[in-house]
Design a protein around this ligand. Structure first.
Ligand code: NOJ
Length: 562
């Protein structure tokens, strides 16, 4: 059933995306309702109560469209349907409606840079060099004996594959993900129509995959230092987002729901990054600068300042992201000697102290949930999950592994919900879980398949069931923090003010009587003057000092003048 978007009880909160907590659902790994070992929409619907109890404002749904799954669904064969592995379009519509009824907005993931090689356009293009669809892609003859360029793909490796007729086609990712030609008006028209398709179904936002890659220099020059890059961040891309913004604004103006566009823009140059966030372009973009930043007071503070300043310059809300389905989970990252993240710096299986990583992840949650702007939570981060770095090679599915020797599968492992051993009720449960308001998944009688990726046995202490009601658990920390974030007026205003508490402590106020203090030094520190602690990421020591790698939210005496 369709959600009515053209009438209704009045306007949705305008600008909800400016301060929302947005939870990323990776549907293959959330919950499996049909026993095939892969998560699905039935599982998400059955476990929506978890997200309601967590208190998130919106769900960002990673791709759920029909796909051969060469890149876990980021190879889309049809943007207007749902892969049978996940369910049906009717189920997706029901989920959108149920999420809305639970006060949760829905964001879908659109992949404009490429389609699946099984997409009807590409099949037509391959079938005949004369097909009009040929021009929707980048087909080129060989350059002498060689492929048209020597570009390195985003996953590593080459970027061209030879079609049976001898021409080569471009793919910045895998050969199963041919790049679209965004200079062609049919491509532009198609994606605007896809946006409308999902907006008509009531979705509140669009996450835009690989948003800076769409255009290519048609002269196809080699990548050379000091000259404009032939396929990163070409200026023409902004015109596309201006027209997408007009579509989103039209829906915001003429329906009850305010729509947002959120870009995946990996861009070291902050100014070029915020170009995407000018008032007539995207509403928000993921902060990968923050995600990749080392656990270091000076670097973190500089990153926060850089973020606030750059976003203020274009009037866009900052975002705070610690993890997603592409990067090493931050419990693991923060437990290593090198706490940065970059695809060019493979730290897989280097020593990790999970206790330290967990302590820091708890503190990072209080940081990211109290900075001005919107915050993202990647499924499982609220459970304190770590990267599974011990997936046997023959079970690895990520196409990045063959090209870069690094797999993203370790952060994509199915969630542990209940019980003491795998599949931890990811696939069904023998027990109803009434105390968690998690209905049993209605499973068929047939044998259940194993989860598509192996769950560490040690996750028995990290299930939703094990953590619920335990005041020291990561889950209860996230629940309390999100609840307080909603209730604290200071956390709703765009301003923050640094407090001087020494170079190794990040301390700031939000509003007249709220402060966050994060101790990044090696020794316990005194808290600033305060009325009472509101929430701490770990116990204060006997003298009431804040231990290292610990954060506190404090109620302050209101500052005069506020
Ligand atoms: C970015 C997505 O987040 C990632 O998972 C995917 O592999 C690439 N874009 C290609 O679509």
């Amino acid at each position: 059933m369709l959600v009515s978007t053209h009438d209704g009880p009045g306007k949705d909160a305008p600008g909800w995306w400016k301060s929302a907590v947005i939870y990323q659902v990776y549907p293959r790994s959330f919950a499996d309702s049909n026993g095939d070992g892969l998560g699905d929409i039935g599982g998400i619907r059955a476990r929506l109560g978890h997200l309601r109890d967590l208190g998130v404002d919106a769900i960002w749904m990673s791709p759920w469209y029909p796909s051969p799954m060469a890149d876990a669904g980021y190879d889309v064969a049809d943007f207007r349907d749902i892969d049978p592995v996940f369910g049906t379009l009717a189920e997706a519509e029901a989920l959108i409606e149920e999420a809305h009824a639970a006060g949760i907005r829905m964001i879908v993931d659109i992949v404009p840079n490429h389609v699946s090689s099984e997409h009807p356009w590409f099949r037509a293009a391959l079938a005949s060099p004369d097909a009009p669809e040929r021009d929707y892609f980048w087909f080129r003859p060989a350059k002498g004996e060689n492929m048209p360029t020597n570009w390195t793909g985003e996953f590593g490796g080459t970027t061209w594959t030879q079609a049976p007729d001898g021409d080569w086609y471009l793919h910045l990712f895998t050969p199963q993900q041919p790049d679209l030609n965004w200079d062609h008006p049919a491509v532009r028209a198609e994606f605007e129509s896809i946006l409308r398709f999902w907006f008509d179904r009531g979705v509140d936002g669009i996450r835009i995959d690989s948003a800076a890659l769409l255009f290519k220099d048609p002269a196809l020059p080699e990548v050379t230092d000091g000259v404009p890059h032939p396929f990163h961040d070409l200026d023409a891309v902004h015109d596309v987002y201006r027209s997408w913004r007009r579509v989103a604004d039209e829906y915001s103006a003429t329906t009850t729901r305010d729509r947002a566009l959120i870009g995946e823009v990996w861009m070291p140059d902050v100014e070029r990054f915020t170009n995407y966030l000018r008032p007539d372009e995207l509403h928000a973009a993921f902060n990968f600068d923050f995600l990749g930043c080392a656990w270091d007071p000076a670097l973190m503070r500089a990153c926060i300042d850089r973020t606030l300043e750059a976003h203020a310059a274009v009037g866009a809300p900052p975002t705070w992201v610690l993890s997603n389905h592409d990067v090493t989970r931050h419990v693991t990252r923060y437990g290593r000697a090198d706490t940065t993240f970059s695809f060019d710096n493979n730290l897989d299986r280097t020593p990790v102290d999970l206790e330290l990583g967990t302590r820091r992840a708890r503190a990072a949650a209080l940081l990211s949930l109290s900075l001005p702007g919107s915050a993202y939570v990647y499924q499982g981060e609220e459970l304190g999950l770590w990267e599974n770095e011990h997936i046997a090679e023959d079970r690895i599915q990520d196409p990045m592994y063959a090209r870069r020797g690094h797999t993203r599968d370790g952060c994509r492992v199915p969630l542990p919900w209940a019980e003491d051993e795998p599949p931890f009720a990811f696939t069904g449960s023998d027990h109803a879980l009434p105390e968690l308001a998690l209905p049993e998944l209605a499973l068929p009688e047939t044998a259940l398949a194993e989860p598509w990726l192996p769950q560490p046995r040690e996750w028995k202490d990290r299930t939703v069931q094990a953590q619920t009601g335990d005041p020291n658990s990561m889950l209860e920390l996230y629940r309390q923090a999100i609840r307080l974030r909603r209730a604290e007026p200071g956390l709703h205003a765009p301003e923050m003010t640094w407090l001087d508490h020494g170079p190794d402590v990040l301390a700031y106020t939000r509003g007249p009587d709220f402060a966050c203090v994060l101790n990044l030094s090696g020794a316990a520190v005194a808290l600033p003057d305060h009325v009472s602690p509101l929430l701490v990421s770990g116990p204060l020591d006997d003298g009431g000092l804040l231990p290292p790698d610990t954060a506190a939210w404090l109620r302050l005496q209101p500052t005069p003048g506020h």
